[in-house]
Ligand binder design. Structure first.
Ligand code: HEC
Length: 299
């Protein structure tokens, strides 16, 4: 096996190891990044929903209550405003959602799905649980969810969510007597949940991964070419020349000119040594021929 083949085999082995380990590492890193990005997005949406809720309570509700028109305005309800705004956002981002999902909702659109019910049950089972993060499939789209428990801690909530009789008449005129009642203090009634799709960051992760593989491939090809050309020019060609001359010398052909030596590397030293050896052989041969001639002359 030639030196180039051996070196090329070694290069391919190193490249394969770099590809497998580097590729896996880059894949997990980009996956991790993507997950972090999605989690950040979800947290941001949650914070925005919480901000809308407190804006409604602190700024919208006091003004609407001044109307005194005897009507119930859902715009005064934080759950309503946060959900409405999230639904407006969904028009351009259909895979993003914010929902206040409860077992027994005032507004039927807030009824928990079976997947959401499972999450609420986890909050009911573990009172210490403050937050749940996980992945789920929403209409075939891999998504991440963040959910918080909705626990009734403020007795004021019961003014509308205890019994229909206690609730404002104007509210019952809109929502009826069926849902959103019977909630108790300290009870977990539902979950506040943000769902964000993985598609965009996953796409980004895939692109980063492939561009890493392509750069590694280009780098390897360049390295392969440079190493092969260098070995050929610096080692193989000079060694082949010395071999050819040694071969000729062994056949007694000592007429070729000496090897031209340039530089000071190991190959140059070997060429110098070879030239010296060749000169000595030439001298010995010349001496032998002279002695032979003298012997002939004497005889
Ligand atoms: C003035 C009456 C009123 C009070 C007080 C009130 N809510 Fe509500 N709540 C409503 C109405 C009406 C809805 C339905 C809004 C809609 O159409 O989305 C609602 C909806 C909700 C929802 C969404 C699920 C559902 O039932 O549709 C949650 C969660 C909720 N309220 C929690 C609370 C909490 C927690 C408090 C106390 C901090 C509270 N509410 C106080 C009237 C009230």
């Amino acid at each position: 096996m030639s030196i180039t083949t051996k070196i090329n085999f070694m290069l391919i082995a190193i490249f394969s190891i770099a590809l497998v380990f580097g590729g896996l590492n880059s894949y997990f890193l980009t996956e991790d990044n993507a997950r972090q990005q999605v989690t950040d997005q979800a947290e941001l949406i949650m914070q925005e929903a919480l901000a809308v809720r407190s804006y409604t309570v602190n700024e919208v509700r006091p003004l609407l209550n001044q109307l005194g028109d005897g009507k119930f305005h859902p715009q005064t309800v934080p759950a309503y405003s946060a959900t409405q705004i999230a639904n407006l956002v969904r028009k351009t981002r259909p895979n993003y959602s914010y929902k206040e999902a409860v077992f027994n909702p005032t507004n039927p659109r807030n009824k928990a799905t079976s997947a959401e019910e499972k999450i609420i049950n986890q909050f009911i089972a573990d009172r210490g649980l403050k937050k749940l993060v996980g992945t789920q499939d929403v209409n075939g789209v891999k998504s991440l969810y963040i959910s918080y428990p909705i626990r009734i801690t403020n007795p004021k909530c019961l003014a509308c969510h205890s019994t229909p009789q206690n609730a404002p008449k104007a509210m019952r005129a809109i929502y009826g007597d069926k849902g959103g009642f019977g909630w108790k203090i300290n009870e977990v009634v539902g979950t506040q949940m943000v769902v964000v799709p993985f598609t965009l960051p996953a796409e980004l992760a895939r692109k980063t991964f492939f561009s890493y593989l392509i750069s590694l491939g280009i780098l390897f090809c360049a390295l392969f070419l440079v190493i092969n050309i260098t070995i050929r020019r610096m080692v193989l060609i000079p060694v082949a020349r010395i071999t050819r001359m040694a071969d000729e010398a062994s056949k007694g052909n000592l007429r070729d000119p000496e090897i031209k030596v340039s530089g000071k590397d190991e190959i140059a030293e070997m060429s110098n040594a070879f030239n010296r050896m060749r000169r000595s052989i030439i001298k010995i041969v010349q001496l032998l021929r002279k002695m032979q001639a003298q012997a002939k002359a004497k005889a």
